[in-house]
Design a protein around this ligand. Sequence first.
Ligand SMILES: [Zn+2]
Length: 505
Amino acid sequence: MSENTLYRKYRPQQFHDLVGQDHIAQTLRNEVQHDQLSHAYLFSGPRGVGKTTTARLLAKVVNCLHPKQGEPDNTCASCLAITQSKTLDIIEIDAASYTGVDNIREVIEHSRFTPSQLKYKVFIIDEVHMLSGAAFNALLKTLEEPPSHVIFIMATTELHKVPETILSRCQRFDFHRLSDADLGTRLRSIAKAEKHAIDDGVLDSIIRIADGSSRDAESILGQLFALSDKRITQAEADVVLPRSNMAAVADLILAILQNNQAQALATIAKQLNDGVDLETFRVDCIRLLRDCLLYTLVQPSSRPNLPATLHDPLAKTSAQTLVRALEAFLNAAQYVSVSPLPQLPLELAVLQSTFTSLVPATPPAPTAVVNEPTSPVKEKTAPKSDGTLWQRIVDDVATRLPSLASSLHMVRVVREDNQALHLAGPYALHVERLNQPTVLQTVQDLTEKIGGKKLQVTIAHDPSVTLDVKPTITHNTPEAIAPTTTATPLHADQVWDQIVNAFHD
Ligand SMILES: [Zn+2]
């Protein structure tokens, strides 16, 4: 069974069947029952949470010949015509592929005529924010004086892009991301109807990946049904789902909260041996750490669901500790592509989360892929912290291109002579960015503009370069994890700044 077949097959046929949007279902039922319909509705919310489904239900119930308590009966001639898409009076437009004003004029022309078959002509405009400005104006004119037999139902994932003039003429409904519990209920009922059994761990994985979207969850479920006839086990699900193990993620976080480094490292080693995708595992750790942080900050009634084993340790954990751990796991991303050992970025994140005195974000030498070896050549022209050519270049850039300057601040001069300026920095992301041809060219041009002579510039990645105020070169031994004595431990704020800078642009 294909994923789309499943999604269509279980598309709710009554408001009662909508999952997670009770507030909207109830209001719409009331409006239908009391004949208080609007001529324009706007449904906003994330993708895959039921906006279009609700629009179709509304289109059906307003045309149903025998509605019952605000629900369509799904058996009358009108309901059947709509279900089978055999009526010209329900017009669905995907604005993402239909944005020209000519098309919208056509739509408006269309709306003047009375319905050919049904009571109401209903226009469902999906992703309405994609309409052009001119198209919006044309739509607006119709909404100002809508014909009595016409209902517009608009849906959008980006409410802020819908003009205020349109918003003010619509009855608005905000659709919510589905809760884990709602998604679980929905998936279980579909699995039951399809006579498939699914391990709870697999359901949890689907819910985690779907991230509140019913459509995504059902799509993944459809892929899993295609794999197996009866019972879907974790082993089968691994073929489709990026593999991670939430129990192991919880174990790792528990070990961090208990400052048990040995246990944490053993958990990581086990994931590696079990063939778990460590990048998925890292992202899952970030998710759980964030939930832990929320857990410590919000009212007990709004706390996220967490494994019970974490409750007691969290009561003794400060938000600061969790923020530090989050930063460490976020930071680990920049080492994933350069680390020769896949588990090393995670191991460092664990150690940075648990050693309070450790310098964050400075990995040991084994992660290095050094573009140009920074052999311990004696610096002939040891740069000083002010007045050097490099410092003047950085100052110049800072006044004009602050975002580029943030990367320039992350490298140091390691050698300088009459022909060339050799730079190196500990952060792969910044080095990569500076090595983009246009950026490198800009820096080379500046050596001529500011220093009077064009120098060749090289920028190497070298994790042993420290960024303390004095631009000296230090060489950590490969095993060293502790900071060198010259390094100034970074403050949490500074680490955050570096993360922000790294992802800037
Ligand atoms: Zn009906």
